[in-house]
Design a protein around this ligand. Structure first.
Ligand SMILES: Cc1cc2nc3c(=O)[nH]c(=O)nc-3n(C[C@H](O)[C@H](O)[C@H](O)COP(=O)(O)OP(=O)(O)OC[C@H]3O[C@@H](n4cnc5c(N)ncnc54)[C@H](O)[C@@H]3O)c2cc1C
Length: 386
């Protein structure tokens, strides 16, 4: 019989969503224990049976979508609630940077190019129109005939996502939280007497017990929901490919990310190389997705047509899954029908840029602290489970 690991909150999924939330909750629990006991509770909690446990199916954290992003945070990107969460996330990361050895964020503008109408449609408080001549000044590799309108978001930043994941991992363990990798949660049941109920979850070789489970399983979140008897959100994982290519004429290190308003491509400097993506949105099953040579070659041809950078070869390519709910907004909050089951899923293409704000919101709901950042209703999982 396998021994059971008991905790207050079991977080399933070790991507940016699960890690940022687990760290936030563990830090708050440690702080409240510390103030309750008047002692240095965080250190004493290490290895205790309570607190937060994060379980990840893969041998390493961030193996799936969270290690495959373009690492850009764009306040003008997405619907208003996403833009709101992005601005809040930037503020929270900037506050955290004060305690970090090096910054997580670095300036990198976002330049949108294309035809007049789709560029105009993306205008927002963070995206202002610029003349094509100004756009060419910022991105001289663009061929002038490739676009007729442009918009610029100067508040956009590059994000060192590895450093951000490390920050959350260290914050979680410093607060006494525990991380278990290589364990896929496969089965669950609700046990205990009324008022003292808890989940028993079985993974590959381990068992977990917790009154509360957080579903941060990315592309697998609907599958995890079924394991816990919850109705799915109707999540769809969409493929998105990226590649790092060698070029004849490297972009300026301070060059913006350039994106086509028609969603045919985007690119940005990656050292002396260039990161490119076809911006595709192709439905997939939940899987360890892989790039297709034909897609990457078609993208190389397109980028060579609209720019003068001169791609000479593909250094590496990858594909990740951007998982969306039917309305494209994340699902964050208690399941409306299954007690002790909390959703943290459907971050789509905004998982990093909304991460700290969503972790803040989710921790407030989970710990019943009444914290509100204006997105609770819009993200409620109840909207997809009528
Ligand atoms: C090419 C590309 C570019 C992108 N660019 C950006 C960008 O510039 N900015 C931005 O903000 N976002 C971007 N994104 C989106 C962002 O990467 C995602 O929104 C984010 O990584 C999702 O994080 P997650 O934690 O929800 O999912 P994941 O990172 O996939 O984590 C979920 C984890 O759950 C685990 N899991 C699943 N089932 C179980 C189980 N039963 N038991 C235990 N563990 C389980 C999985 O193994 C996985 O590690 C991009 C995505 C792609 C693909």
């Amino acid at each position: 019989m396998t021994a059971s690991t008991a905790c207050d909150i079991l977080v399933i999924g070790g991507g940016i969503a699960g890690l940022s939330l687990a760290a936030e909750v563990a830090a708050r629990l440690a702080a409240s224990r510390q103030s309750a006991s008047g002692q240095a509770a965080a250190g004493q909690n290490r290895g205790s049976s309570g607190g937060v446990v994060l379980v990840e199916a893969e041998p390493t954290l961030g193996y799936h979508t969270s290690s495959r992003s373009a690492r850009q945070l764009i306040p003008s990107y997405g619907p208003p609630v996403i833009q709101h969460l992005t601005v809040r996330t930037l503020a929270l990361i900037r506050a955290a940077e004060a305690d970090l050895p090096e910054p997580v964020l670095a300036p990198r503008s976002f330049l949108l190019i294309g035809d007049e109408e789709p560029v105009r449609d993306r205008a927002s408080a963070h995206m202002h129109p610029v003349m094509p001549a100004e756009a060419l000044g910022l991105a001289p590799e663009l061929r002038p005939e490739a676009f007729s309108a442009a918009g610029l978001d100067t508040t956009s930043v590059a994000c060192n996502t590895d450093a951000l994941l490390d920050y959350h991992r260290e914050r979680l363990t410093a607060a006494g939280g525990r991380i278990v990798t290589g364990q896929r949660v496969q089965a669950a049941r609700r046990t205990g007497s009324p008022g003292r109920q808890r989940w028993e979850a079985a993974a590959d070789g381990m068992r977990f017990e917790a009154p509360v489970v957080v579903n941060a399983a990315g592309a697998w979140a609907d599958i995890v929901a079924e394991i816990f008897g919850a109705r799915p959100q109707g999540l769809t994982p969409y493929r998105r490919t990226a590649a790092v290519v060698d070029v004849e004429r490297p972009l300026d290190a301070g060059a913006p990310m350039v994106a086509d308003a028609g969603d045919r491509f985007y690119y940005r400097p990656e050292g002396r190389q260039v990161l490119i993506s076809p911006s595709e949105r192709e439905p997939s099953v939940a899987e360890d997705s892989r790039p297709r040579d034909a897609d990457v070659q078609a993208l190389v041809e397109l980028v060579n047509t609209v720019t003068t950078m001169g791609i000479t070869g593909v250094a590496r390519a990858w594909t990740g899954l951007r998982t969306e709910t039917p309305d494209g907004l994340p699902a964050v909050g208690w399941d409306p029908a299954v007690p002790g089951f909390f959703w943290l899923a459907g971050q789509g293409g905004y998982g990093f840029q909304t991460s700290s704000a969503i972790a803040e919101l989710a921790a407030g709901i989970l710990l019943a602290e009444g914290v509100e950042n204006g997105a609770r209703e819009a993200l409620s999982p109840a909207r997809h489970q009528v």
